[in-house]
Design a protein around this ligand. Structure first.
Ligand SMILES: Nc1ncnc2c1ncn2[C@@H]1O[C@H](COP(=O)(O)OP(=O)(O)OP(=O)(O)O)[C@@H](O)[C@H]1O
Ligand SMILES: [Mg+2]
Length: 337
């Protein structure tokens, strides 16, 4: 069996605070196979962006990795010297951020920004690099690319700019694209077009995708497997649609309940009561326990480790009761949610 393109094992990220430290990522493990589209989903502040930035060596100061292993094609790259690590990362993967306006350089023409990698890293001539950039612009669905090549970022719409960012990402010929909320700043129609483009790249070019979003609807439209993150940990992982139809962690269940479902307009949109834990303090037991209606005594003391389930893994000690949750929730339990 070939090794995953990207694997992260037991990653911990901490942020020093004036009085203590914030343990923002608490032992995340995940993997993406070649050509696979994987989602990382969880509410705001759960540690998704820090996880992605940590594995790329792009953590904001003063955050730092305190332990964990990153493997690329099965090779442990954790201890590599910075320059070799950067080379290895940029040869394998590319990143797309949420805010395309700040991701692009405002004083350079968008076409030149796409042509930069072919010119500088791949040793192409100016003319060849321009023609590669124009082809990439066409590939990401930009009409009239020769003319638009000459424009500056502020002269393009948000959706167009995000397509430019995807073209820049593709210019490095990555096998994996890491995308952090790439459509959050876009309106729904443009969002759907950008997601369709990412799906098409996977299908046609076999480019893998690790898509980070707080929006379960976005990742479930685009990915074949999901990791659900809560309070710095992976609560549950599994294949779609298993994870959607039969979630095994109460947090996944509650995330699903908070997505509007056009087929069940009568169902209430339920917010999850309570707040995520303060990760600057030690969390005893399951971090979701204070908000979970299925909590048992053991959940408050034991630190749950991910256990294999039918479709993936779940870090819930009460997983065996999973199949009965939908019934409980729509029955008496609904009042609690
Ligand atoms: N530079 C920083 N300084 C201090 N705290 C930070 C910093 N960056 C992130 N954090 C904290 O770390 C936690 C995880 O942040 P992260 O950005 O990874 O969340 P996220 O899951 O990406 O959320 P969102 O969906 O809002 O993007 C949050 O509590 C956040 O406030
Ligand atoms: Mg984020």
């Amino acid at each position: 069996m070939t090794a995953p393109v990207l694997e992260v094992r037991d990653l911990h990220v901490e942020i020093p605070l004036p009085h203590g430290r914030l343990h923002a990522v608490r032992g995340v493990s995940l993997a993406v196979d070649a050509g696979e589209s994987v989602g990382l989903v969880g509410e705001s502040g759960s540690g998704k962006s820090l996880t992605l930035r940590a594995l790329l060596g792009l953590l904001p100061r003063p955050a730092k990795i305190t332990s964990g292993t990153v493997l690329i094609d099965g090779e442990d790259v954790t201890g590599l010297p910075a320059k070799r690590l950067r080379r290895k990362l940029t040869d394998t993967m590319a990143m797309i951020f949420q805010d395309s306006l700040t991701a692009l350089n405002p004083v350079h023409r968008v076409g030149d920004q796409i042509a930069e990698t072919p010119l500088r890293r791949l040793g192409k001539s100016r003319g060849e690099a321009k023609s590669i950039a124009v082809d990439l612009m066409r590939e990401v669905g930009i009409a009239d690319p020769e003319r638009r090549y000459e424009l500056y970022p502020h002269e393009l719409s948000g959706g167009m700019r995000q397509r430019i960012c995807i073209a820049i990402a593709l210019s490095t010929k990555p096998r994996l694209i890491l995308a952090d909320e790439p459509t959050t700043a876009l309106d729904v129609t443009i969002q759907a077009q950008v997601l369709a483009l990412l799906r098409q790249l996977r299908r046609d070019e076999h480019v893998g995708l690790l898509l980070v979003s707080h929006d379960l609807a976005v990742v479930s439209q685009t990915c074949s497997r999901l990791y659900v993150m809560y309070a710095g940990k992976i609560a549950e992982s599994g294949r779609l649609p298993d994870l959607i139809t039969a979630p095994e962690h109460p947090y996944t269940f509650s995330l699903l309940r908070s997505v509007p479902d056009p087929d069940h307009r009568a169902a209430r949109l339920l917010a999850i009561p309570g707040q995520p834990p303060d990760l600057s303090e030690t969390v005893l037991g399951c971090s979701f326990a204070p908000r979970c209606p299925f909590v048992a005594d053991e959940c408050r003391t034991a630190e749950p480790e991910p256990v294999p389930t039918a479709s993936g893994h779940s870090a819930c000690l009460r997983t065996e009761t999973a199949r009965t949750w939908p019934m409980l929730i729509t029955g008496e339990g609904a009042a609690q949610w």
